[in-house]
Design a protein around this ligand. Sequence first.
Ligand SMILES: Cc1cc2nc3c(=O)[nH]c(=O)nc-3n(C[C@H](O)[C@H](O)[C@H](O)COP(=O)(O)O)c2cc1C
Length: 314
Amino acid sequence: MNSLCSLFNIRFPVIQAGMVWCSGWKLAAAVSNAGGLGLIGSGSMHPGTLREHIRKCKAATVHPFGVNVPLLYPQIEELMAVILEEGVKIVFTSAGNPATWTSKLKEAGIKVVHVVSNTKFAKKAEVSGVDAVVAEGFEAGGHNGREETTTLCLVPMVADAVSIPVIAAGGIGSGRAMLAAFALGAEGVQIGSAFAVAAESSAHPNFKRAVLNAGEGDTKLSMKSLVPIRLLKNEFYEQVEQAERMGASKEELAKLLGKGRAKKGMYEGDLVEGELEIGQVAATLQEIKPAAEILKTIWDDFVATKAKLEKLKL
Ligand SMILES: Cc1cc2nc3c(=O)[nH]c(=O)nc-3n(C[C@H](O)[C@H](O)[C@H](O)COP(=O)(O)O)c2cc1C
């Protein structure tokens, strides 16, 4: 059996990424019910909101689901307390030091996975005791590494550097891409952007439409001097670009970003002033579909492409 399917007790080695303002209980439960692993994205939730989402997710699925926690979250102690009290079984951590929380979570019997964008942090995560790592490449939506290492380069390097299972992320929206990730040494995939536009995603319809209309070159890794993040090009993105061209300091960029930009863009649908996080794979997304259909299409394509390659005459 695939190592990640047995680690998480799921049918398909496909993880729906934790995503601020997109992945609440509805999306997570839909993916888990379809045989993947759904993750609630706690990065945009108050601790009380997270508790509500966990409870609703438990009521909506009998299958395993998890919570994604960006470790730089200001009220991290409170979030983790909710996770422990509610008996969450799987936690994906990101954006921070895995050494701080992994052993506490593991002591509570929780499976822990950490997201990395380079081999140094993959090794560090393994030493801290995580069960698997997500190797997230440059193509990915949301926060990203400064090194700009693409999924194609990152996954084999991480797979060679650690002995725990590797989950590939960044640019995966089809079974073909998933199979490529397996060829590179991954044993599962984490998919964000393609699920951000699912029917069950809590993102605003304006944001979903903008993502579906995006073409090649319409996203860019931005704000590298502050927190590198891949954004859909819009008015706010242009303001950031201009500020960076003029040599804006970290403080000036932080001021321009201000508070609540991501909520404004992705949850409230302000396509002008909001921050719109999405990956390069947006250029391939065509329509809003239920999460179960997205997962099935990817899996069927994975199986068909694998069979095609097995027949390849060399
Ligand atoms: C809208 C959006 C929000 C995201 N929010 C988070 C987050 O809260 N925590 C996190 O670890 N990663 C976040 N990410 C990154 C995803 O977890 C995932 O690793 C990435 O989307 C994979 O690449 P893909 O977008 O090409 O599928 C976000 C990505 C998107 C598109």
